[in-house]
Design a protein around this ligand. Sequence first.
Ligand code: UDP
Length: 234
Amino acid sequence: MVFSSNGSVIARYHGDPVFRSHVDRADIVDADGMPLVFASRFFCARPLAERIATTDFINDASAAAAKAGLNFYFLGAKPGVAAAAARDLVARHPELRVVGAEHGYFTESDLDRIAADILERKTDVLWLGLGSPHQEAMAFRLRQRLGGVGWIRTCGGLFDHMSGAVRRAPGWMQAAGLEWFHRVRMEPRRLAWRYLRTNPVALFYLLTRTMDEVRPSRDARFADLGDAPLSPRS
Ligand code: UDP
């Protein structure tokens, strides 16, 4: 299970114990936000090398998957969006196999059918774009049903970006850690309150909790390995 972390995720992590337990049990948590990288440069002996934006990462992942013959499945966004994103991706990576695309507005009663479809199509990587915290909770629920799938990779609004439904920030804004500001300008009604609420909380924890290693008591999964996870977390 591979999740992403940004300001909203950090704020929710410290305020929602259920969400926190999901994030703590992920196998990898990427830093999807320049503020996390800046904080790690300031506070850590081994800072993060770079930000992992899912919109960029999917290109590297696609090239690697095409080479290794791994199958992608897209689950999330409004009807038609994931399929359009899959078409766009395959046009750029002709060897890549996106074996399924389903919208993300399904109900409880659809879950078994969707899980069976993911398995039948021999999915290796499930890209799950339902928005936080829904996607992290759903990743855990689907995991029980998806033995054999290698990765469940949460990806938020990735399919919207890929299908061209939402435009990304210019490069200089991304590099300056201001992508959130661009997103607020694009969708003020939905996002202004989210960022107003979460940015100060995230800033507080970035300034007070950024460290090189997770304390063993907070992550018992690694205790048996006698080692701490390598990536800094906030
Ligand atoms: N979404 C979904 N099912 C739901 C609720 C949301 O598939 O029940 C999709 C929504 O259409 C959008 C994505 O989840 O494509 C959430 O995007 P957002 O930008 O909020 O995610 P973030 O990247 O901020 O986590």
